[in-house]
Write a protein that binds this ligand. Structure first.
Ligand code: FES
Length: 384
């Protein structure tokens, strides 16, 4: 049975010929610079968990493109972020990537200008000061911070709009029933990837039958090269069939993303029956992160603009971390990420061909088109 006219609009797939982004967008220095200026220097970016900066005077430094930022917790418990640059002659303030300040001051290693942890210049050790010099005119360059449910975001725009929450795609999943604030990191993994190729790979499952054989067994609709029921042009023929290969979710009997599909510790108490049945709920915040909630743990992936900054973390309640067989969980997610990294690297290598100007999208790659539109809109707004 073919879908009727009123049902055709429910089909998710692309029906018109759509090009990919030009290949130069993945390999040229100018394109990288445009990505930085149009996207990375003006978006809310997830950088760490609040728990990574628990103690007063704890600090971490982060690099986004050419920009280095120091994030610290001041003596009153407030988180603050500054460009890691002295206002005198621009020396780098903190050299370490993480640690605890020895005093309630940031002291420049070059000529010892001192800043309070609020970023105010409080001491200039010169013998005399030029006429008209006012320390109040030389605070550290402040960076906007926003904490969303235990995740710390910053935004390098001087006057950013909204808060971190505004960066989440409203069309993606709702994680209100997961206790994100209280989770602790049980495992961390870093991989090398190009950020645009990562998001393209994230947004389609045409690759799943070939690249992710075990995942395709765990999530049967992925084994059909699809992400959702309405990705199938013939979906109406199976509209009454609630088997996971047609409606999504985990295979019968499976409970979570783990090597054997089972949970090996406590599960989150507040989930709905639908959230438990789905087995995976994704929330995305372009360009820097996605979170997926499973019944027993949460996994986050954080990206930077360079090829070296993808970090995945497996988050658990403190009790579950003691009781859970983490290896079973981590091994499966790691396998999927390794498979993604390998295929993304193959994608990046192929894109270097000087003959390759742009590819073409297949119907199932409709979410790639959304991602490409998101990139194009930001480039256009920046260049307008
Ligand atoms: S550059 Fe920092 S005190 Fe001179």
């Amino acid at each position: 049975m073919q879908p009727g006219p009123s049902e055709r609009h429910l089909y998710n797939g692309l029906t018109r010929l759509e090009p990919t982004l030009p290949a130069t967008a993945y390999r040229e220095a100018d394109a990288y610079r445009l990505d930085l200026e149009a996207i990375w220097y003006r978006s809310w970016l997830m950088i760490c968990r609040e728990a990574d900066l628990v103690e007063p005077l704890a600090f971490r430094t982060f690099r986004i493109g050419s920009q280095e930022i120091v994030v610290l917790r001041d003596e009153t418990g407030s988180l603050r972020a500054f460009h890691n640059t002295c206002r005198h002659r621009g020396a780098q303030l903190c050299q370490e990537s993480a640690g605890r300040l020895k005093a309630r001051l940031l002291t420049c290693p070059y000529h010892a200008w001192c800043y309070s942890l609020r970023g105010d210049l409080v001491r200039v050790p010169s013998k005399s000061l030029p006429e008209g010099f006012d320390k109040a005119d030389y605070p550290l360059y402040r960076v906007a911070l926003s904490v969303w449910r235990g995740f710390v975001f910053f935004n390098l725009a001087q006057d950013p709009s909204g808060e971190a929450e505004s960066s989440f795609d409203p069309a993606s999943g709702d994680l209100a029933n997961w206790p994100l604030e209280t989770l602790v990191t049980g495992h961390r993994l870093s991989k090398v990837m190009n950020w645009k190729i990562f998001w393209e790979n994230f947004n389609e499952c045409l690759n799943c039958p070939g690249v992710h054989k075990d995942l395709s067994r765990l999530v049967p609709i992925n084994g059909r090269g699809l992400m959702a029921r309405h990705d199938d042009p013939e979906w109406a023929r199976h509209a009454d069939n609630d088997a996971p290969e047609f409606c999504g979710g985990l295979r019968a009997g499976a409970e979570t993303w783990s090597r054997d599909g089972h949970v090996h510790g406590p599960v989150f108490a507040g989930l709905t029956a639908a959230e438990r049945a789905a087995g995976q709920t994704y929330a995305t915040a372009l360009p820097s992160m996605f979170i997926v909630g499973h019944v027993d743990y949460v996994r986050t992936v954080r990206l930077g603009p360079e090829q070296t900054e993808l970090t995945a973390e497996w988050l658990f309640t403190p009790e579950a971390l003691v009781q859970t067989d983490i290896d079973n969980i981590v091994a499966f997610g790691t396998q999927v990420l390794e498979e993604d990294a390998a295929i993304c690297e193959i994608n990046q290598k192929g894109l270097r061909s000087i003959r390759h100007e742009a590819g073409v999208l297949m119907p199932e790659e409709y979410d790639l088109r959304r991602f490409h539109e998101w990139v194009r809109e930001r480039h256009a707004a920046f260049q307008a």
